[in-house]
Design a protein around this ligand. Structure first.
Ligand code: B12
Ligand code: SF4
Length: 514
C-alpha cells in the first residue's frame, strides 16, 4: 500500500486544490471523453482481521459481493470491469483503473478509505458508497470524488452518465423513484464462484417493512421507499440463471410482502430448489406463507428473536415481536422441517447478568439449530445510536470494534466486561457437545435429532476443517455437497414433523442483526 497523499476535499474548492497539487489527477477529468470505454475496478475491502493469519476465513468466504455485482450491471458492454473481494483474494494496488468503486461497511471503513486515498493519488476517479457512507457521509467524503447515499440502483447509472459527459456530482443521494423493476441482470460473471461456499446468494427485495431502532435500515433507506421487491418474473428468472440447487436469500425479510412471497414460492415450486432465508417472528406465525415457502424448498431460516424480555422489545421498537409466542414460532418451523438460526442480542437496557443463561437455555430447550449471538451495537445513523449519544453512553468511535463482538457503549445494567464475558460464554455454552446434543433431543424423530446434531456441530466444531479447505482453494469441492445438504425433507402431511435426511454439513448463516 502506498502512502496516503490526498488532502481532505469536502468541497468543490478543496477538490480543485487537490487537483492542482497532483498533476496525475488530470486523468480523472479525461474520463469525460464521451464514448471511451472505462476501466472500472470494484472493491470490497476486507476488515482488519482478514489480514491477520489467525483470522477465520470461513466466515468471510460465504457470500460474494452482490452489491458490487449489481452496480457493475450498469456499465456499457465495452467497459472493462473487475470485482475484487479482498476477503477471498489479494488486492493489487499497482494498476491504473479509470474508475474505482468501493463498498464501505462499518468494519472495513478505515481500510476502504486508505484504498480510496491510494487510487485517488494515482488519478483514478473514486466512488464510495454503502451503509457506512450513508450513515456518515461527512466522514467518507474527503476520501472520494463522489459519494453515494442509499441504494445504488437509481444513482449509479445517473452518475455514469454524468461522468461520461464530464459533469459528475460530489454527492448522489437515492430518494424518490426507488425500484427494482427493469434493473439489468446482476453481473455474476464477475464473481469468482469457486471462492465462495454459497455462490448462489441472491437478493430479491430491498429493505424491510419494520422499523427497529437498532437496525441500519431506516437510515439507509431514508428519503424514499424502505421496502420494495423485484417483479416476481424477474426474481424467478434470476433464480433460473443460478446453477445447482441451493440458494441463499440474503433479503432482510423474505416474507415481508405476502403477495410477492406467495407468487415467488408458487413459481419456485417446480424448480426443485432448496433454500435458506430470513424472516421476522410475526411473519412466521401469520397466515400460511411459511408453509408455502417450505413447499417451495425453504429448509433453514434466520429468525430475529433478539430478546426474551418484552421491555427490551418495546424500547427498541421491535413491535412485531411483542406479545408473540416464540415457542409457537419454533414449533411451527420444526413441524415444517425448517431449521432455525436464532438471532439474539445481549446488552439491551433491561438485560442483567441472568440474560446469558436464560437465553441460551431457552434456545436449547426450543431446539434452535444454530444461534447467532450479538453484543448490542449502536450503529451510527440508527435511532439507538442517537439515543446512546444523547445519554453520553458511547465508549468508542473505533469502527473496527463495531462488529457485534465488542462492547462499544455503556450498558445500563451490566459492566462492559460482564457483557463481553457473558457473550463469549453464550457461544461456548450453546456449542458445547453436550448442549448440541441436548438441543437435538428436542425433536421428535431420530432423523431430525441427528440432522440437528450434525448441522450444529458441523458449523462450529469443524471450523478448522473448513478453513483448511479454503486455504487450499478447495471450497468449490464443498459447494455441490452443500447443494445437497438441505435437500430431502419428506413430509407426511401438512404440519406434521418432517422426515429429514441427515448429512454432515453445517447451516451457514450470515451474522446479521435481523
Ligand atoms: C451477506 C452479509 C454479510 C456477509 C458478506 C458480505 C458481502 N460479501 O457483501 C458476511 C457474513 C461476511 C457479513 C459479515 C459482517 N456483516 Co454483514 N451483512 C450481509 C447482509 C445480510 C447482506 C449484504 C448484501 O448482499 N446485500 C444486498 C446488496 C444488493 O446490497 P448492498 O451490499 O448493500 O449494496 C447496495 C448498496 O449498499 C449500494 N452500494 C454499496 N456499495 C456501494 C458503492 C458505491 C460506489 C455505490 C454507488 C453504491 C454502493 O448499492 C448496492 C445496490 O443497491 C447485510 C444485510 C443487508 N440486507 O444488506 C448484512 C450487513 C451489511 N452486515 C452487517 C454487519 C454489522 C456485519 C459484520 C460487521 C457483523 C458481524 N457480526 O460479523 C460482519 C463484517 C463484515 C465486513 N466485511 O466488514 C450490517 C452492517 C451495519 C453497518 N452499519 O455497516 C448489516 C447491514 C446487517 C445488519 N442488519 O446490521 N455480512
Ligand atoms: S432488525 Fe430486522 S425486522 Fe427490524 S427493521 Fe431491521 S431488518 Fe427489519
Amino acid at each position: 500500500m502506498q502512502s496516503v497523499l490526498i488532502a481532505p476535499s469536502t468541497s468543490a474548492a478543496s477538490s480543485n486544490f487537490a487537483m492542482q497539487s497532483y498533476p496525475r489527477l488530470a486523468r480523472r477529468t479525461m474520463i469525460a471523453s464521451g464514448s471511451r470505454p472505462l476501466k472500472v475496478k470494484f472493491i470490497l475491502p476486507a476488515l482488519k482481521e482478514a489480514t491477520d493469519p489467525q483470522w477465520r476465513p470461513i466466515k468471510y468466504s460465504l457470500f460474494p459481493p452482490l452489491g458490487l455485482a449489481t452496480l457493475a450491471a450498469y456499465l456499457r458492454p465495452d467497459d472493462q470491469a473487475i470485482i475484487v473481494d479482498e476477503h477471498v483474494q489479494p488486492l493489487t494496488l499497482d494498476d491504473e483503473p479509470d474508475l474505482v468503486i468501493v463498498q464501505v461497511y462499518i468494519t472495513n471503513a478505515y481500510r476502504a478509505y486508505k484504498i480510496a486515498d491510494h487510487y485517488r493519488s494515482l488519478g483514478a476517479f473514486v466512488c464510495l458508497g454503502g451503509l457506512h457512507v450513508t450513515a456518515l457521509p461527512e466522514e467518507a467524503a474527503p476520501h472520494a470524488d463522489a459519494i453515494f447515499l442509499g441504494p445504488g440502483e437509481q444513482t449509479f447509472p445517473r452518475f455514469l452518465e454524468d461522468l461520461r459527459t464530464g459533469r459528475p456530482e460530489r454527492v448522489y443521494t437515492s430518494t424518490t423513484g426507488r425500484t427494482l423493476e427493469r434493473v439489468p441482470p446482476i453481473r455474476r460473471d464477475l464473481i469468482r464462484r469457486t471462492s465462495y461456499l454459497v455462490p448462489n446468494s441472491i437478493v430479491v427485495t430491498r429493505g424491510c417493512p419494520q422499523h427497529c431502532d437498532f437496525c441500519y435500515k431506516d437510515a439507509f433507506f431514508q428519503g424514499g421507499r424502505g421496502f420494495y421487491t423485484q417483479r416476481v418474473d424477474d426474481a424467478l428468472a434470476e433464480i433460473a440463471r443460478l446453477p445447482g440447487r441451493h440458494l441463499y436469500f440474503l433479503d432482510d425479510h423474505l416474507l415481508g410482502d405476502r403477495r410477492f412471497g406467495e407468487a415467488l414460492f408458487e413459481g419456485m415450486k417446480g424448480m426443485k430448489r432448496v433454500f435458506q432465508g430470513a424472516a421476522t417472528v410475526d411473519s412466521i406465525l401469520r397466515g400460511d406463507l411459511i408453509e408455502r415457502a417450505a413447499e417451495a424448498g425453504l429448509r433453514s431460516i434466520f429468525v430475529g428473536f433478539e430478546t426474551l424480555t418484552p421491555d427490551n422489545l418495546k424500547r427498541s421498537n421491535k413491535r412485531q415481536n411483542l406479545g408473540r409466542d416464540y415457542k409457537a414460532v419454533t414449533d411451527r418451523l420444526h413441524s415444517l422441517g425448517i431449521m432455525i438460526n436464532g438471532s439474539f442480542v445481549f446488552g439491551m437496557d433491561d438485560d442483567g447478568e441472568d440474560v446469558f443463561r436464560r437465553t441460551v437455555d431457552w434456545a436449547m430447550e426450543q431446539g434452535v439449530t444454530t444461534a447467532t449471538f450479538h453484543i448490542q451495537t449502536p450503529y451510527p445513523g440508527t435511532k439507538l445510536h442517537a439515543h446512546m449519544v444523547r445519554e453520553g453512553r458511547m465508549l468508542t468511535r473505533n469502527w473496527n470494534l463495531y462488529d457485534t463482538r465488542h462492547v462499544v457503549y455503556q450498558p445500563a445494567r451490566l459492566k462492559p466486561e460482564t457483557l463481553k464475558q457473558g457473550y463469549d460464554w453464550a457461544y461456548r455454552e450453546f456449542y458445547r457437545w453436550g448442549s448440541i446434543a441436548r438441543a437435538s433431543l428436542h425433536h421428535g424423530t431420530l432423523k431430525h435429532q441427528a440432522k440437528h446434531f450434525f448441522y450444529a456441530s458441523g458449523w462450529k466444531k469443524f471450523e478448522p476443517v473448513w478453513d483448511i479447505l479454503i486455504r487450499a482453494r478447495q471450497l468449490n469441492r464443498i459447494t455441490p455437497m452443500l447443494e445437497g445438504v438441505l435437500a430431502r425433507v419428506t413430509r407426511r402431511k401438512r404440519q406434521q414433523p418432517a422426515q429429514v435426511e441427515t448429512q454432515l454439513l453445517p447451516v451457514i448463516q450470515p451474522e446479521t442483526t435481523l
